[in-house]
Ligand binder design. Structure first.
Ligand SMILES: CC(=O)N[C@H]1[C@@H](OP(=O)(O)OP(=O)(O)OC[C@H]2O[C@@H](n3ccc(=O)[nH]c3=O)[C@H](O)[C@@H]2O)O[C@H](CO)[C@@H](O)[C@@H]1O[C@H](C)C(=O)N[C@@H](C)C(=O)N[C@H](CCC(=O)O)C(=O)O
Ligand SMILES: Nc1ncnc2c1ncn2[C@@H]1O[C@H](COP(=O)(O)OP(=O)(O)OP(=O)(O)O)[C@@H](O)[C@H]1O
Length: 507
């Protein structure tokens, strides 16, 4: 997803603009694209060879040239490999990653030619909020482009995402393509990793939003303060013009205190005052009603097509962002009144599996302690009988959150089954042990079970359930595989749960 008719740029101009040393005997080389992944090179690209944890990208320079790269930019440690590739070489004294965003913006022209750009960061709620934004803008008749954990999409063109936020060259290519096809608004999910690793450099968001901050990613950040600082960097004048900040977690107030850009606040927490206030009006098994009120802009009453106060908070945030972007609330209200709800499909977020005369069944992608707590709270509000939860944790990611996930899962459910998700390179038994330890410590007398095979775990939950119970599967919800010992095993929670319900006669 990059421009089909890019305006070629002269390599010498790029070298001069960025004050880079150019080693070339053919200064009239033209650039039409940029990438830092040799596998994505297209004819006319500048290939960035940068040092990573596993490789130095310059070691793929020859491969990149064979695929069409016309110049290489690298650092001193990549110079030999880059020179050997036989095309002009640009050298930078720092890691090419730190200038990749600016280079990509210059090559693709996205500094000036860019749609309205909306960005969402926070521990949880990013994907949901960007999909709500997409639904709202589409209902308003706007053409959208989207980049989320689940997908990159321009109009009807969709590709599955690997990273939540793409690397800067890919991101600017995406924005340039959006501009080329007349997209009105680009809606981007911004991970903390993206901010730390310069992936959104060169993008200035018209409106950026902060959802919340809770325990996650402490494998990448030393502590919560460092993780917060990463998120905070979105709310600087270089990155964003305006912000909508949720006060639902304490970090929101800290963002407001520290940011120097224009900011308005939003809250869905009863008793917490804010510029925008979300109040839940009713909770149904497949939707949540809420009002969103602002002293300046007025009030709107609508629904999100999914369960929970946290999802109403995401829906309210999406509406507030659009108003702050300049779309009158009256215009938004009229499409919401027409449709009766924000119309959006959230991939793997609290997906309800329809069951006739049986338990409520949800499959949710939550994989952090707060996501567990919030989803369990909503499920509890809708359940007359027991809450039966099937949960697990992933390997090669923040190990510290596992006992906390176990704790929240145990406290919020009546029957808890701990199973395997994606152990990746880790021993799955040790992951289960950590989650179980937190669960059993929080609820020593709780009904807490360990069933390693996820296929068996979901069947045990279904066997346990009666008509008045709710089954909640948390984690992996949008995946089509589980990564075990470096191998991707086909696995779909949705399919497996439907199969278990069918076998039990519920479907
Ligand atoms: C920790 C991290 O973010 N690492 C990312 C980083 O890896 P790295 O710098 O170590 O790079 P490397 O793999 O050593 O490769 C070095 C260079 O060689 C290039 N290369 C490598 C192989 C090859 O055949 N050809 C080639 O050109 C690579 O593109 C790269 O430019 O750059 C790579 C290239 O873009 C990414 O694939 C890799 O993401 C890894 C897979 C990852 O898991 N990242 C996660 C932690 C992440 O970013 N997650 C966030 C948040 C998710 C959430 O919301 O929870 C996200 O935004 O996705
Ligand atoms: N506002 C919120 N507060 C707390 N938890 C939330 C909120 N919104 C969603 N969640 C929970 O987090 C899970 C992930 O939601 P979503 O995908 O929208 O967040 P995300 O920030 O994109 O997370 P990730 O990129 O890690 O998947 C949901 O399935 C739900 O369990």
């Amino acid at each position: 997803m990059r421009p089909h008719s890019p305006t070629p740029k002269l390599l010498v101009d790029l070298a001069e603009h960025f004050n880079l040393a150019l080693h070339s005997e053919t200064p009239d080389v033209l650039l039409t694209g940029i990438t830092m992944n040799s596998r994505d090179v297209e004819q006319g690209d500048l290939y960035l060879g940068l040092p990573g944890a596993r490789f130095h990208g310059a070691s793929f320079a020859k491969d990149a040239v064979e695929r069409g790269a016309v110049a290489i930019l690298t650092d001193a440690s990549g110079a030999v490999d880059a020179t050997a590739a036989g095309v002009p070489v640009l050298l930078t004294p720092t890691s090419p990653r730190t200038i990749a965003g600016q280079l990509a913006a210059w090559i693709y022209g996205t500094t000036t030619d860019c749609p309205l750009t909306l960005g969402v960061t926070g521990t949880n709620g990013k994907t949901s909020t960007v999909h709500f934004l997409d639904g709202l803008l589409t209902a308003l008749g706007k053409k959208t482009g989207l980049s989320s954990t689940a997908q990159r999409r321009i109009g009807n063109d969709v590709v599955v995402s690997s990273l939540t936020t793409p690397e800067a060259p890919e991101l600017h290519g995406l924005l340039a393509r959006m501009h080329e096809v007349g997209v009105d608004a680009a809606i981007l999910e911004v991970s903390a990793h993206a901010l730390t690793r310069h992936r959104v450099d060169g993008v200035v968001f018209d409106v950026a939003a902060f959802t919340n901050l809770s325990h996650d990613h402490l494998d990448d950040y030393a502590d919560m303060d460092e993780y917060f600082e990463a998120k905070l960097s979105l709310f600087t004048p270089e990155r964003s013009r305006k912000a909508v900040v949720s006060l639902d977690t304490a970090a929101g107030a800290a963002v407001v205190e520290r940011t120097s850009i224009d900011v308005v606040t939003i809250s869905s927490t009863p008793g917490v005052a804010a510029d925008w206030v979300v109040t839940v009006t009713d909770e149904q098994p497949d939707s949540t009603g809420f009002t969103l009120a602002s002293a300046v802009h007025g009030t709107v009453s609508t629904r999100v097509p999914v369960i929970g106060r946290h999802m109403a908070a995401n829906g309210g945030l999406a509406i507030a962002m659009l108003v702050e972007a300049g779309i009158p609330l009256d215009e938004i209200r009229s499409v919401l009144d027409r449709d009766g709800s924000i119309v959006a499909t959230l991939p793997g977020r609290s997906v309800r599996i329809p069951v006739q005369n049986g338990p409520n069944v949800y499959v949710d992608s939550g994989h952090s302690p707060d996501a567990f707590a919030k989803t369990l709270e909503s499920v509890r509000h809708l359940t007359r009988g027991r809450v039966i939860m099937v949960a697990g944790a992933n390997g090669d990611r923040d190990a510290l959150k596992r006992p906390e996930m176990g704790r929240e899962a145990a406290l919020g459910s009546d029957v808890l089954i701990i199973t395997d998700h994606q152990p990746r390179s880790e021993d799955p038994a040790l992951i289960r042990e950590a989650v179980l330890a937190g669960a059993r410590e929080a609820k020593p007398d709780g009904d807490i079970r360990e069933i390693a095979a996820p296929e068996s775990a979901i069947r045990a939950a279904v066997a346990e359930a009666t008509e008045t119970d709710t089954i909640l599967w948390a984690g992996l919800a949008e995946k089509e595989y589980r990564e075990v010992g470096g191998v991707k095993i086909p696995f779909s929670v949705l399919d497996e749960t439907r199969a278990a319900l069918t076998e039990a006669g519920w479907i």
